[in-house]
Design a protein around this ligand. Sequence first.
Ligand SMILES: C[S@@+](CC[C@H](N)C(=O)[O-])C[C@H]1O[C@@H](n2cnc3c(N)ncnc32)[C@H](O)[C@@H]1O
Length: 354
Amino acid sequence: MLLNPSANHVYRQATVALSCAELTVTAPFASEITPCRIGAADALGFQADEVDELVLAAQSAHLVTFRQEGDLLRPLDVPDISVMDDDLVTIPKYQGKTNEGFTRLLLHLTLSQVERPGPLEVLDPLAGRGTTLLAAWRASHHGFGVEADEKAFEALAGYLKTYLRTKRIKHTVQVTPVRREGRTLGRRLDAEARLGEATHDQPARPGMPTLRMTVFTGDTRDTAVLFGRKRFDAIVTDAPYGVVHGSEQQRDPNAGDAIASGKGRAGQSGRGGRTPRDRSPQTLLAEAIPVWRGQLKAGGALGISWNTHTLSRTQLLDIISQAGLQPRDEGPWRQFAHRVDASINRDLVVATAP
Ligand SMILES: C[S@@+](CC[C@H](N)C(=O)[O-])C[C@H]1O[C@@H](n2cnc3c(N)ncnc32)[C@H](O)[C@@H]1O
């Protein structure tokens, strides 16, 4: 399996090891998975009597898979399962963006543990400008989010409008105020992309999905207030790294204007007086994960990536288990940690909801 060379140098170095662990946990038909090279390209070699092409297609760094026949390599017919172009996720460039390849990996690993078939409803309760939600759309799932940073929320809404218009995809994108008991709590974005509908210069594409997205501004600990009775098949999120600088340019988002100035829900609900210590990723996750767990359907899965310099794996597993979720922590599930830069060592954990 040839691996897609990632645009991000830092992530490229980790891609082989991460893809190896990803194939191990998601492709039961593959054994003896070993890194190798085809010419100058990174690849994974594996043994299999039969392959499931859809599982190969879902691998986050999959480019082409060949079957070895004597000295020759014959390409397998692995379909492109994305329903939207990859530029949906790659065009936005901004400080604090989660690497797209890593987002695909976390999404794929998490969704591989959900018990029901797609299309699924995926929540990113720390949505930023929506990398996870856009990756979910490409994979034909619906995206839901919460984000404290109003500017990130506006950027996502603006980007969706421009992208869908430019690509001539039939759509609606609406931003409306959220009011409860006469008070304005924040805003919500509702978007719909009707991929199968004809446009003035393109015929209808029967069988293509209509994708939905809803994102609220607000504090992630208020996810249950914002989404009410709604439950999700999966929660997939990249937690704040708790650092000011990094090669992925992560500013501590918890120190962001929306929260620090009390302009967001956090401020309105009396959370504006937190000390910087209170805003550590550890405290945030300890408070948020039990709330998120309540929004997860039985048979659903939660996937989180975080910086192990701010919180150890054991501490996060404790928080997750105490919330009533069952973390996958055996063998290859422990092989996803990788260095991003001097201040960020990123790891991920996936847990299922009984
Ligand atoms: C690591 S970033 C996620 C970036 C996102 N995956 C992307 O690529 O755009 C974490 C996000 O969490 C948001 N955040 C931090 N604390 C929050 C809170 N208490 N409630 C809601 N959002 C919060 C930050 O504003 C930031 O956008």
